[in-house]
Design a protein around this ligand. Sequence first.
Ligand code: ZN
Length: 134
Amino acid sequence: MIPDVASVLRWRALFRAGLRLSGLVAGAVGLAFLTAWAIEGVNDRDFFSLYWYRWHAAAVASCGLWCAVGLVLAGPVTRFLLPLHRPAWPPRCPACRHELVSLREARCPECGIELPGAFVSWSEPRERAGRGAA
Ligand SMILES: [Zn+2]
């Protein structure tokens, strides 16, 4: 089953928003750890004792990394994980491999299986569908 472009774009927007939100939350958690580290480190005058504060440092680093991924790389990560299906032209019937050109209905003319509706627009030759110039 090939998802149509609209639903892929909808899922992408949802996933990207969730990733950005998680980045914001991770940034806040990382900032809280950094604040706790700073308060304790300044009071005890051992701020740079990285062995003592290793868990704080690990939390700050991992939350900061997640914050960067969520806020900066949300778009590329989403595009990588949820790619748009761009079929080669002409598309072929998934069942019999018949070349599907200029379909009038979402059904293979050779073997008769029902196809997703997107095949009708994909089967248009590129010049007619206006995709040749791009
Ligand atoms: Zn077929």
